[in-house]
Write a protein that binds this ligand. Structure first.
Ligand code: PMP
Length: 399
């Protein structure tokens, strides 16, 4: 039956993990995967997550279906975390929200909803570059995918003028995907002033913002600060939709906890949108899994656990910020002539080093340092034990 099926290319990031595993160098470094590691380079389960899990086990809960839109205590709290407890549309009952299979599932449900209901839905615009999966998710949702300028390789910074010009040139009422914070892969976010100009340009064009917030709290260590762009857009009268992930900020990667929400004009409109989201979800996976959502719900709703969690998020963000500083410091100490200031001005899990494809290949072959060919390194994989070796490897390649 399947002789005609062509061999597909391997996933770029999983390919790196394979090459890393095969390497026998005792001090090899893997900076490919986007998962947090502690300072010993080990996967990290947040203590607040462990406590929440114990509480859930003690409560002897049943395993019934949560319902199509998931665990209500979870989605309610997820909306508060994103939009803020004083958010007007939230208080007015105008936000439709559904639990999803992590952030990817949220993007996919969002894509499917827009494909079905956005007036004259055609293309969604994503930044250049963007998280590699965005294009595939939206194409598979039946949308066309176009791009807007984002990264300026000469400054290793934001191409703000190019981004604004592209937004202004889009057809009226275009759908635009925006990374809410900690842009992946570049780690470059607009400043608050730049977000204001982006909001104005979006409003002028009557464009529709789709926020992807996979790193709330992970960028600055402060969940409110990281929600600035989303909340500012709301204040300005936009009615965005939002994909949330709890993979990074709660370390719940494999539990697949996320949410998709849309800000509507009225509780009546919300009810209609809700009903259609249910119709979309039902034939896809019927109901989302409960365990991870219960963990997140406990952490968000129990005041003591919530406080503990916010502290742990800050610790993770701070460790990443420290590793950025150490990497830059070590490169400078070695006498590198390159300007590495972008390493510390960028934010979140990833740093866009500015290294090219050949340099990344040499880094792997000559130094056993593995990361994606676009020059992105996962700062979460840097530790106080490997940062010096990493810096001297980068120095060796870049001179
Ligand atoms: N959006 C962005 C920008 C991401 O970086 C990620 C995770 N790599 C996601 C969404 C979704 O991840 P998950 O499905 O694991 O929540």
């Amino acid at each position: 039956f399947w002789t005609h099926v062509p061999q597909g290319p391997p996933d770029a990031i999983l390919g790196i993990t394979e090459a890393f595993k095969k390497d026998s160098h005792p001090q090899k470094i893997n900076l490919g995967v986007g998962a947090y590691r502690d300072d010993k380079g080990k996967p990290y389960v947040l203590p607040s997550v462990r406590t929440a899990e114990q509480k859930i086990v003690q409560e002897n809960m049943d395993k019934e279906y949560a319902g199509i839109t998931g665990v209500p205590d979870f989605t309610k709290a997820a909306a508060v975390l994103a939009y803020g407890k004083d958010s007007a549309p939230l208080k007015e009952g105008r936000i439709a929200i559904t639990q999803t299979i992590s952030g990817t599932g949220a993007l996919r449900i969002g894509g499917a909803f827009l494909q079905r209901f956005y007036p004259n839905a055609k293309a969604i615009y994503i930044p250049t570059p963007s998280w590699a999966n965005h294009k595939a998710v939206f194409l598979d949702s039946g949308l066309e995918v176009k791009q807007y300028k984002y990264y300026n390789k000469d400054t290793i910074g934001l191409d703000f003028d190019g981004m604004l010009a592209d937004i202004k040139a889009m057809p009226k009422g275009s759908m635009v995907l925006l990374h809410a914070c900690a842009h992946n892969p570049t780690g470059i976010d607009p400043t608050e002033e730049q977000w204001k100009a982006i909001s104005d340009a979006m409003k002028e064009g009557g464009h529709f913002p789709f926020f992807d917030m996979a790193y709330q709290g992970f960028a600055s260590g402060d969940t409110d600060k990281d929600a600035f762009a989303l909340r500012y857009f709301l204040k300005e009268g936009h009615q965005p939709c939002l994909a949330q992930s709890f993979a990074k900020n709660m370390g719940l990667y494999g539990e697949r906890v996320g949410a998709f929400s849309i800000v509507t004009s009225s509780p009546e409109e919300k009810a209609k949108v809700d009903s259609q989201i249910k119709i979309l979800v039902r034939p896809l996976y019927s109901n989302p899994p409960v365990h991870g959502a219960r963990i997140a719900s406990k952490i968000l709703n129990d005041p003591a656990l919530n406080k503990q969690w916010l502290g742990e998020v800050k610790e993770m963000a701070d460790r990443i910020i420290t590793m950025r500083a150490l990497l830059k410091e070590n490169l400078e100490k070695l006498g590198s002539k390159r300007d590495w200031s972008h390493i510390t001005s960028q934010i979140g899990m990833f740093a866009y080093t500015g290294l090219g494809k050949e340099e990344m290949e040499r880094l792997a072959q000559e130094c056993s340092v593995y990361a994606t060919k676009d020059g992105r390194i996962s700062v979460a994989g840097i530790t106080s034990g490997n940062v010096e070796r990493l810096a001297s490897s980068i120095f060796k390649i870049t001179g």
